[in-house]
Design a binder for this molecule. Structure first.
Ligand code: ADP
Ligand code: MG
Ligand code: MG
Length: 888
């Protein structure tokens, strides 16, 4: 029989699948002997069963009763007892952390009677009434589905009548009044009274937590963070401890290191006389952990001791929730904390230096996506800029956009292509839609642990929070800077999540320090130092080489500085545009071979020059040059434009012989599906002179470079091969050209001829193709198009969002390789190719070569290198190193 409920003492931190992250870590802390209020966890399995069948598994209620009875015994109190009630929290907690996305209800067990019991036992009627009103509003909104606003409106109204804005100013009579108002509101809105039976409260709360797995915001968050839809959440039932019992009590959150910068030293916020989320909700200003040290040195010291213990135990930065009840410290949550990319790199190397982890593990704790973020531009310090105010640097980045004040406007404006900055007093889970689409988030309240900060960091969104000088008026759609300017909805502002600065207008951006470092500049900065150390380790570990896709000498130079070990794809089509277009037109309209020759020999020296520069910039490293690939008509004028020109000329009686020939050619070459038409190797076979001219230009350039004392290593790559016969035909011609070049120049050249594998037929006949190819380069863009049977340009905008939404694929197959389908073709081609030719050199030049997940796949199937754009080269180096260590 399945067990659905486990006591905290029965679990451990490895059981996140079953107990959820919160449950597993509560169990771990319990077993570490930390002061954790006792409780038990209902498994994710129970949730999955509930969601699948629409009702709780039969055995569950009895199991809960059994564990509740044990909890009551341990606490010496009964749930909701009229004299001396046990109160519990019912807390959600899934495998993957989904901060604030699901529900938790505190103070379960209070009712009209037990509230008096609590008052008498605690000798604190205000505290009892405060706890009850909290239960009513939390239960009313999360369990009974009544909008939060109903309760906050009553609360605000009462405070207004008492002429205060502080919730602490409300006395027991006020709170009693609030309790009746809440009860009335519940009955009115839910059509039934608040349930007085404690066990029923618990039952309903458990169900509400299960159901909260499927709230809209939870679904949206999972999609955003790529968390599986069918995990389900666990439910933790835990004895309450009370931070709202007076000024000697309070609630707090803390990190064992700064989650924004990664600096060593604890970081946290504490709020006196507060319960649960009060501390992160921005209702009052919090104090720092150092201040807690003044208020309650004993709890403070114990807390720091526990934080140290947790960090040593988890060997990572932890975030925690704690509560102090009348001078007694309680631990309510811990987990390995989310952090900014900067913090990830810095913490990883700090921990190596502190002897907590080794370099391999440190490398496993950072990833390419984080590195890519560190390479984003930052605001240019030398540019003129107007500082509005400075808040807290909650999540790094340089964001420029129009100020908007509510999530709906953010979404609407973003949809029409505007960059927006979402400005709020504080954010709540309701704002998630807006946070997803915004370039940045700015709040006037809350610290680095506030909802805005935590969610923004998780999503990699720039965030400045707690900018207290801002008076945000959401309804009027404006904020005012104290003693200063007013910014209205639609005005452009710039926020710097690294410094916390908020600027008026659009501030220009400059290269990040990390990019400056990759460019070879001397940068003295702790982050750069951390990046450098981990890059060095990644380079030492990786098996795969990293090349870059570049067509121009200046880009090649940058790629080299960024660590590229050659060019994996040098496209040649751009070399036929601009002023050279006319030469291509001449080639196409030529009546005879002689005319073609003439056009080609005009192109030859230009091409030779292109290749000389590229080979020089990559001297000593392989340069894979792809012969011309796109359909020829792409180099010709547009059919309609040309027809119009000629019609006009006709009407004026002009004779335009060349134009007319061109028009014929354009008509002749017009294709319904150019992507599937006359292109790639097909063109090379139909107009042989084109490929041989390119081959000659490459080889002459190489011969020239060699004479100059260089070390050119050209690799000639044939695109769009489907059959080995195609390759054989063009290869024979290339070999002939090579012989001629050798005879003419007297230089003996080493070069390779290979092919792209970008058609399914090529992949599944790879053994045959390998007989004629010295290397394969997987063109995974085309291979994806050809395997799925869709053209990227046509489908991405039209139906991809629907496909993503409905889960046909979790991420676009153009972004991350479809390992199941396209990947299977790659795997097959690798196996067949190597069987036929064991020394076959294998690489990938599609955009997937710079995508972390895809890189791990290419490593696993045994490619020799990946090739990507220059800016992705460091990312690929890092991921190839991580992959070699088996990191995910
Ligand atoms: P979330 O997953 O959104 O953080 P939690 O389950 O952690 O939700 O609970 C919300 C708040 O209530 C947190 O601040 C937490 O520390 C507090 N809390 C939860 N259970 C208890 C309890 N038994 N006693 C006191 N505070 C609690
Ligand atoms: Mg929590
Ligand atoms: Mg292609």
């Amino acid at each position: 029989m399945t067990t659905y409920v486990f006591d905290f003492a029965q679990g451990n931190k490895e059981q996140k699948d079953l107990l959820g992250g919160k449950g597993a870590n509560l169990a771990e802390m319990t077993n570490l002997g930390l002061p954790v209020p006792p409780g038990f966890t209902i498994t994710t399995e129970a949730c999955r069963a509930y969601l699948a069948q629409g009702s709780q598994p039969e055995a569950l209620a009895a199991e809960i009763d059994e564990h509740l009875a044990r909890l009551e015994e341990a606490m010496g109190r009964r749930l909701g007892d009229a004299e001396d009630p046990l109160l519990v929290s019912v807390r959600s907690g899934a495998k993957h952390s989904m901060p604030g996305m699901m529900d938790t209800v505190l103070n379960i067990g209070l009712n009209d009677e037990s509230v008096h019991g609590l008052a008498a036992q605690s000798d604190n009627p205000r505290f009892a009434m405060d706890s009850y009103r909290r239960l009513l509003s939390m239960f009313g909104s999360t369990v009974m589905g009544i909008h939060d606003d109903v309760f906050s409106a009553e609360h605000d109204e009462l405070k207004r009548r008492k002429d205060t804005t502080a919730d602490l100013d409300l006395d027991v009579d006020d709170l009693r009044e609030l309790v009746s108002a809440y009860k009335k509101a519940i009955e009115e809105h839910a059509g039934r009274p608040f349930p007085q039976d404690p066990r029923e409260q618990m039952e309903l709360a458990v169900r509400a937590v299960f159901d909260s797995w499927n709230t809209e915001r939870a679904v949206l968050y999972r999609r955003q963070e790529q968390i599986p839809e069918d995990d389900g959440t666990a439910v933790n039932i835990q004895a309450m401890v009370f931070g709202n019992r007076g000024m000697d009590s309070g609630s707090g959150v803390a990190f064992t290191r700064d989650p924004a910068s990664g600096s060593q030293g604890v970081y946290g916020d504490y709020l006196q006389n507060a319960q649960g989320e009060d501390v992160v909700a921005g209702i009052r200003n919090t104090v720092s952990l150092a201040d807690l040290g003044e208020l309650d040195p004993k709890s403070h010291d114990e807390l720091l001791g526990i934080m140290k213990k947790l960090e040593d135990h988890y060997r990572d930065m932890c975030d925690i929730e704690f509560t102090i009840e009348q001078g007694k410290l309680w631990m309510l949550q811990t987990r390995v904390g989310k952090r900014t990319p900067e913090a990830a790199f810095r913490i990883a190397v700090h921990m190596v230096d502190e002897g907590l982890i080794d370099l391999d593990e440190a490398l496993g704790r950072v990833n390419g996506a984080q590195l890519a973020q560190l390479m984003f531009p930052r605001f240019d310090e030398n540019a003129e800029r107007t500082l509005l105010t400075t808040g807290m640097n909650a999540s790094p980045g340089a964001a420029v956009g129009r100020a908007v004040f509510d999530w709906a406007t953010a979404v609407e404006w973003a949809e029409r292509g505007e960059d927006v900055i979402l400005v709020r007093k504080e954010t709540s889970p309701d704002d998630l839609h807006g946070m997803v689409v915004a370039k940045g988030i700015l709040t006037s309240r809350g610290g680095k642990t506030s909802h805005a900060a935590v969610v923004a960091r998780g999503m990699g969104r720039t965030c400045v929070c707690g900018a207290e000088a801002l008076e945000v008026d959401v309804h009027a759609g404006r904020f005012t800077v104290r003693d200063g300017k007013t910014v209205h909805e639609g005005d452009v502002i710039s926020i710097d999540g690294t410094t916390g600065e908020v600027f008026d207008g659009a501030v220009p951006v400059a290269d990040s320090l990390v990019v400056q470092f990759f460019e070879g500049e001397q940068v003295d900065d702790p982050l750069v130092e951390a990046v450098a150390r981990l890059m060095e380790h990644a380079d030492a570990q990786r098996r795969m080489q990293v090349r870059s896709n570049v067509d121009k000498a200046e880009d090649a130079a940058r790629a080299r500085r960024f660590g590229a070990q050659g060019i994996g794809l040098c496209r040649t089509e751009h070399m036929f545009l601009g002023e050279r277009r006319e030469l291509v037109e001449n080639l196409i309209v030529a009546d005879d071979e002689q005319g073609q020759e003439k056009a080609l020999s005009a192109l030859l020296p230009m091409q030779r020059q292109d290749f000389t520069e590229i080979l020089e910039s990559m001297d000593g490293l392989p340069v894979t040059i792809r012969l011309i690939d796109p359909p020829l008509h792409e180099f010709l004028p547009d059919l309609t434009d040309l027809s119009v020109t000629i019609a006009l000329a006709d009407s004026r009686g002009h004779r335009k012989k060349r134009q007319r020939k061109l028009l014929d050619a354009v008509r002749r070459l017009h294709e319904q599906n150019p992507m599937l038409g006359l292109r790639g190797v097909r063109l090379g076979i139909v107009i042989p002179g084109l490929f041989t001219m390119q081959a000659r230009a490459i080889l002459e350039a190489a011969a020239f470079r060699k004479k100059e004392g260089g070390d050119p290593r050209p690799e000639i790559m044939i695109p769009l091969v489907a059959s080995v016969r195609e390759l054989e035909i063009v290869k024979r011609r290339i070999i002939d050209v090579a012989r001629e070049v050798r005879d003419e120049t007297g230089v003996d050249l080493a070069f390779k001829v290979g092919t792209m594998i970008e058609l399914p037929r090529a992949a599944i006949t790879a053994d045959k193709i390998a007989a004629a190819a010295e290397f394969f380069s997987f063109g995974t863009n085309d291979l994806t198009q050809m395997t799925w049977g869709f053209s990227r340009d046509d489908v991405e905008a039209s139906f991809f969002s629907t496909y993503l939404q409905q889960g046909v694929f979790p991420v676009s197959p153009f972004e991350s390789l479809d390992t199941e389908g396209v990947g299977s073709l790659v795997r097959t081609a690798v196996r067949l190719g190597r069987e036929a030719r064991p020394d076959l050199h294998l690489g990938v030049c599609g955009e997937h070569g710079g995508d972390p997940a895809s890189i791990h796949f290419f490593d696993e199937v045994g490619l020799d290198y990946v090739s990507c754009s220059p800016f992705r080269v460091p990312v690929a180096r890092l991921e190839a190193g991580r992959s070699a260590l088996g990191g995910g």
